[in-house]
Unconditional design. Structure first.
Lengths: 429, 40
């Protein structure tokens, strides 16, 4: 018998250790005495009842057990599970805003004023229905460009897909929010179908307006906030994303002031804090700490804040067989950021999936990268963001560490605390 | 000696919330709504 090489121990105060076990998807707490006994290899000293638990939970394994092979098999199972499928649809490449950091501006081919038409929409419906007819749940996320610039196909696709999939379908919308107020009266029944609507405000008015203006640098903050108010007053959940720069971080609380000034119902607001600018990557060690401060601050003010750190052994849908991103013209990609990179397209709704191209994504595994395989955060990031990796190295690979890696122990401890507070997120045996 | 399980997943969140811990570059956010029944 020996210790599972995928298991990591993190000291937790004077007398405890956190045991991270990605193979089982578990986090345990053990006392120092048990820790010392395990790492010394004196398994005979462990009480029988506890020894059985350690064996059952694969902390201790037989000498000939191949934990890396088992982990690969687990990843394959998760990757090829199609019981829940996600389809992201770019209704248009067109946008009414000119955000200074927009990744679509870095790939000029994306800046085409093209909408999805009915022919492509029909093929998209066929593609989704064919792939998802046996799934228990189907999620469709409308995105763009600005998806509310193509309400004709938004409503058409929503109606048709809802008719086919009935109760098992979930709709979400990602919009800059500028048109919500204008379109509310005509489309409110559609807005109410969305389980969540993601809208971005990048800080208080003067910062947001600098980063996310209309053409001609005209402001957008107030109209977007009025749209958010309308949605939340109608009990529609809004994921309020903020793309922050380290230099503007101290201004973020003033956005919360604005939300309170407008009396936005906090129950329906879910704050999501991100750092999108490529230059921010070099600031990850600082960002890692600052994010936690901001998280606690916003929580203390009574806001829901997204904590993007949980047990997630597959990094994202890009490496699975259950997630596809469909461009306005029907081209299919695996990652939202890679749309328009023709060399990474994996098929089209007209011609289907190219298995060869798809394999490049499905075959990605953190176990093949020693840096990931031996990392205590393996079970939480699954190898990180392949888009980040691609931008930085030109290689389609895993191994680009997300910012919580720089303050891993703090994130882990907060994760445990949050799991204890929210039993829905933790299914204790 | 003692051991306590503080978190055990029965299913990964990958299908529902396909977001890495840092969503730089990824526009996808996934919120957790406790009272889901209102919206399904």
């Amino acid at each position: 018998m020996r210790l599972n090489k995928l298991v990591h121990f993190i000291k937790n105060g004077e007398d405890e250790y956190i045991v991270i076990n990605p193979l089982m998807g578990e986090v345990n707490i053990i006392d120092s005495e048990l820790y010392e006994t395990i790492v010394s290899g004196n398994f005979d000293m462990i009480p029988r009842e506890i020894l059985e638990i350690l064996k059952d939970h694969l902390v201790l394994i037989q000498d000939n057990y191949d934990e890396f092979h088992s982990y690969e098999n687990l990843l394959k199972k998760l990757k090829f599970d199609t019981s829940f499928q996600t389809f992201t649809i770019l209704l248009t490449r067109s946008c009414n805003l000119e955000c200074v950091y927009c990744y679509e501006r870095t790939n000029r081919s994306l800046l085409q004023r093209k909408h999805m038409d009915k022919h492509v929409a029909d093929k998209t419906i066929d593609f989704i229905n064919e792939r998802a007819h046996d799934s228990k749940r189907v999620k469709v996320i409308f995105y763009g460009g600005e998806p509310l610039l193509n309400t004709t196909m938004l409503t058409y696709l929503t109606d048709r897909l809802e008719h086919y999939h009935d109760q098992k379908i979930i709709f979400e919308l990602i919009t800059n929010g500028y048109l919500v107020k204008d379109l509310w009266e005509k489309y409110k029944n559609y807005f109410k179908k969305f389980k969540q609507i993601q809208i971005t405000l990048d800080g208080p008015p003067e910062i947001h307006n600098k980063l996310r203006p209309l053409p001609g640098k005209l402001p957008t903050f107030e109209k977007i906030l009025e749209g958010i108010k309308l949605l939340t007053d109608n009990k529609i959940h809004v994921a309020l994303r903020s793309n922050l720069y380290l230099k503007y971080l101290n201004e973020y609380p003033r956005l919360l002031d604005e939300l309170e000034k407008y009396e936005v119902n906090k129950k329906y607001i879910h704050l999501g804090i991100g750092f999108v600018h490529p230059d921010e990557i070099r600031n990850y060690p600082t960002i890692s700490k600052k994010f936690l401060n901001l998280y606690y601050y916003a929580k203390n003010r009574g806001f829901n804040v997204l904590f993007q750190f949980h047990m997630q052994r597959v990094p994202c849908g890009a490496v699975t067989n259950n997630s596809f991103v469909i461009d306005y013209n029907g081209d299919i990609y695996k990652c939202w950021g890679l749309v328009g990179f023709k060399q990474l397209k994996v098929g089209s709704v007209q011609e289907g999936i190219s298995e060869r191209a798809h394999r490049k994504f499905l075959d990605l595994s953190p176990i093949n990268n020693p840096k990931c395989r031996d990392c205590p955060m393996l079970g939480f990031c699954g190898g990180g963001c392949l888009y980040n990796s691609y931008l930085n190295s030109g290689e389609l690979n895993l191994g680009f560490c997300p910012f919580p890696r720089y303050n891993f122990e703090e994130y882990l401890k907060l994760f445990i605390k949050e799991s204890k507070n929210n039993p829905k997120r933790s299914n204790k045996p | 000696m003692k051991i306590e399980t503080v978190y055990a997943t029965t299913e990964d969140t990958v299908s529902g919330c396909q977001v890495p811990p840092n969503f730089y570059g990824c526009p996808n956010l996934c919120i957790t709504i406790d009272d889901e029944e209102e919206f399904v």
